[in-house]
Design a protein around this ligand. Structure first.
Ligand code: HEM
Ligand code: HEM
Length: 186
């Protein structure tokens, strides 16, 4: 039966829903940012950048919620059939998958603040700037944002590759832990 909370063998519905929401939004956010940044200077560019920033802050809130939820509902332990070194690598990877997106989003927010591209969340709420306008430092935050997003893309390739290894090569249940209960039945 589907469980709200994590069990020893699988993630619960809440952790799964948060994981797949963040994943789907990040896969929208990367091409959205790329498209907006490559438009010629125009109202359309500002509008698309505005969607990008609003969606970015939504993702930031969801990732922070995931971290809070992780404290409340601890993730299932990795199976002892996995080598110790592999379990340590998986843990390190999972922490990086929290740390790098949060850093990338903060760098984007710092850039937007320094460049006076203030965020108006989907036209509904004016989000405070993180720092005062500073055109000298803005390009540095922009570089950080680009670099960290690049690093996130590499991590995601590794994360999806590791999932594929569990599904197609090791053929164990590790990847199925992030799927609804009926998909876990053999
Ligand atoms: C097609 C894309 C993705 C697939 C197939 C996938 C698959 C998985 C699977 C199977 C797990 C569970 C691993 C285990 O049982 O220990 C997992 C965990 C995790 N995934 Fe993904 N994932 C994807 C996208 C993402 C994205 C975009 C992010 C965010 C940057 C992300 C962040 C995480 C994190 C942080 C965990 C660890 C959860 C925890 O224990 O707190 N994943 N993923
Ligand atoms: C995980 C979340 C995010 C991802 C994956 C992401 C990704 C990207 C990408 C791929 C670009 C285009 C880079 C280029 O090719 O030039 C970009 C640009 C940009 N992002 Fe983000 N972003 C995220 C969050 C944010 C947030 C939270 C903000 C601000 C609140 C933000 C503000 C910007 C701005 C202002 C640009 C335009 C920079 C330029 O002119 O090149 N981003 N982002």
């Amino acid at each position: 039966m589907a469980r709200l909370l994590n069990s020893d063998g699988a993630y619960g519905i809440i952790a799964q829903a948060l994981h797949w929401c963040v994943a789907a939004l990040i896969f929208i956010q990367i091409p959205l940012g790329w498209y907006a940044a490559h438009l010629p200077v125009s109202m359309a560019r500002l509008q698309w950048l505005s969607y990008h920033k609003s969606l970015g802050l939504t993702i930031l809130a969801l990732v922070l919620l995931r971290l809070v939820w992780r404290r409340i509902d601890a993730p299932p332990p990795l199976p002892s059939t996995m080598a110790h070194r592999e379990r340590r690598a998986a843990h390190a990877m999972h922490w990086l998958l929290y740390f790098i997106p949060v850093s990338a989003m903060l760098a984007g927010w710092l850039y937007a603040s320094a460049a006076r591209l203030s965020v108006n969340w989907f036209g509904l709420i004016l989000i405070p700037d993180l720092i005062a306008k500073n055109t000298d430092i803005a390009p540095l935050f922009k570089e950080f944002h680009h670099g960290l997003v690049g690093l996130l893309a590499l991590l995601l390739i590794g994360h999806i590759g590791a999932t594929a290894r569990h599904v197609f090569i090791l053929r164990d249940n590790v990847a199925k832990r992030m799927l609804p209960a009926r998909r876990r039945r053999k």
